[in-house]
Design a protein around this ligand. Structure first.
Ligand code: EZ4
Ligand code: CO
Length: 402
């Protein structure tokens, strides 16, 4: 089973996606997501210039060997661009292996460990009053877990909160938008929001909150403590994770669980946090952490330390990534929760897929392979548009320092 073609497809059905499609000499095709939000063309060039030429003629059945070859062969190990490119190849090869075997990929990973993949949706609104009705909509749709984000009184705009509801998209301009940030306003408001939410929805709805890396360890410890009465499933990215010692400080002060890792790209980024038991959920996902092969390695390490999976699943992770993530989620023993932001109808049309939502769960496709494809003709109708993620400044104009 030799690889005879590999194409990189860039499309923008509402937002940018990069997809790798691999074709074998026996006519099988496989797809892999290669989207790195705001840096899409860097991965597209990495694939086209450096990876595709090395794929042609290789045995498509050798997934592990190809992973090692691309990882070690780059010499410059790790990094989001490299690891996203490797992920795309790995995902496409798992798709092909499933099709060759006539089995959905989760069967190749050991079969089901659960009946459905519990997902959480994003309720976001400008203030506490309006976020309550957003949460209601998710509860009505059957969701069992909801991430709650609000604007902060006194601040004009806040990352994670937008005008679009179901399809929120943070990469909103060709060059980074600038938000103003105030930790004092934020720390004052968030506990009030969750007090109202618990009062309205009772004790069992699972609630989450994303801090988006905006606090220091001590500030995050204070936030965690102030949220303890509301029993959150997690606070996410309380601090940036370059300085991993910071998590020890948070941990010493609060029992609010911690999730981190959507920007991590390898097991080496998580190793210390997992083995020192400084986190509860690891948010690495297929596209940004080296594909199914490497993600499974991370989750296996996590399982030894009471850490569950909580994969990133925002709209910039294409339906190809979501399809792949669900095969992993349904199979691993230590699954925790899967983020699920709905894609726009345009995106769903470009990426026909067999996974579906019912009753708060996502269910992977039962088709052989991943059960997702890209309609290349339709994709060609949506040309790439530059879009960047925003940055934060403090009220006095200083660029937020971490
Ligand atoms: O900032 O997907 O948990 N979800 C998030 C997302 C991310 C974007 C970055 O590409 O934090 O909104
Ligand atoms: Co996040």
């Amino acid at each position: 089973m030799k690889i005879v073609d590999a194409r990189v497809i860039v499309t923008c059905p509402g937002r940018n996606f990069v997809t790798l499609k691999i074709v074998t000499d026996d006519g099988l095709t496989g797809v892999g997501d290669a989207t790195l939000n705001g840096r899409e063309l860097a991965v597209a060039a990495y694939l086209t210039e450096h990876v595709v030429p090395a794929l042609i003629g290789r045995d498509a059945s050798r997934i592990e060997d190809t992973w090692q070859y691309l990882y070690k062969g780059a010499y410059w190990r790790r990094g989001p661009v490299t690891m996203t490119a490797i992920a795309a190849v790995d995902t496409a090869l798992w798709d092909i292996k499933g099709k060759a075997a006539g089995l959905p990929v989760y069967q190749l990973l050991g079969g089901r460990s659960r009946s459905g993949v519990t997902v959480y949706g994003h309720a976001n609104a400008v203030d506490v009053e309006s976020v309550l009705s957003e949460i209601s909509s998710y509860v009505t749709l059957g969701y069992r877990a909801v991430r709650v984000q609000t604007g902060v009184p006194g601040l004009a705009s806040t990352y994670g909160v937008s005008g679009d509801k179901m399809f929120y998209e943070p990469a909103d301009a060709a060059l980074p938008t600038e938000n103003v940030w105030s930790t004092a306003h934020y720390l004052d408001y968030v506990p009030k929001v969750f007090a109202e939410v618990r009062k309205e929805f009772g004790p069992t709805l699972r609630l989450l909150h994303d801090v988006h890396h905006r606090l220091t360890p001590l500030e995050a410890a204070r936030l965690g403590k102030s949220l303890e009465p509301y029993a959150l499933t997690w606070i996410e990215d309380p601090v940036p994770a370059e300085l991993q010692e910071g998590f020890r400080l948070i941990r010493q002060h609060t029992t609010t669980p911690i999730a981190v890792g959507e920007v991590f790209n390898s097991i080496w980024d998580c190793q210390e946090l997992i083995t020192s038991q400084l986190i509860d959920y690891i948010r690495t996902t297929v596209v940004h952490a080296g594909g199914i092969t490497h993600l499974r390695r991370i989750f296996d390490l996590a399982a030894l330390y009471h850490v569950r999976s909580g994969s990133h699943g925002a709209t910039d992770l294409s339906p190809v990534c979501m399809a792949a993530a669900l095969h992993v989620d349904i199979a691993i023993p230590n699954f925790g929760l899967q983020e699920y932001m709905r894609h726009t109808p345009e995106t769903d049309e470009v990426f026909p897929h067999g996974y579906h939502f019912a009753d708060g769960y996502l269910h992977p496709s039962e088709e052989p392979g991943l059960g997702v494809d890209i309609d290349e003709e339709l994709a060609a109708r949506y040309p790439y548009r530059p879009a960047s993620l925003p940055v934060n400044r403090l009220e006095d104009g200083t660029m937020h320092s971490w």
